[in-house]
Write a protein that binds this ligand. Sequence first.
Ligand code: AMP
Length: 213
Amino acid sequence: MRIILLGPPGVGKGTQAKILMKRFSIPQLSTGDILRTEIDTKTELGILAKSIMNEGKLVPDNVMLNMMEKRLQEDDTINGYILDGFPRTLPQAKGLEKILKILVQRLNGVIAIKADEGILVERLSNRRSCKKCNAITNLIFDPPRVEGKCNQCGGELFQRDDDKPEVILDRLEVYKKQTEPLINYYAELQLLKEVDGSGTINEITINILRELE
Ligand code: AMP
């Protein structure tokens, strides 16, 4: 199964991708996570991406397409994958088409998860990530049992720089301008499946699985 999870920041793409990854035994390819690893290991790409990401802007399309062209050829993608955070612009979507043609692969569907802006801002400002296992948690819906520690592995929780209030609204604006047009693009390709992302984690998973049946 090859699917794209599309939707604004905070809608739950990462959380749902991790659930689907376990259920279907296929990898979650999160461009945000790949870039954050590049930043942590101080590679050339990481150095380029850091300030762009901290401002909530998008890393250039050609950089993303080169990165994903390589990633999509790795062995673990052979039985499928969940694209989380990619493509994010029309040129990226068109570039992905070309890559898939070369790899002789087709997408099974594009799941667009939707929620009101108020919900997104609340989720993003209360989101914390684990330094050790990458788990995503929420201070309100899934508060840490021990303050500052991950419920799953005990690792240290931190707030992403781009989840700080001053960057959140810019990221939502970037989404509206640059990523939202992909909804029509994939609707025209008859790949789009829309899902309500305003409920609980469980409810959203059920909505997605229904669309994938
Ligand atoms: P995410 O973890 O998906 O919210 O991504 C965090 C940040 O990484 C974004 O705000 C962008 O700066 C950058 N990023 C992730 N994926 C992409 C992409 N497909 N195109 C451009 N920038 C990206």
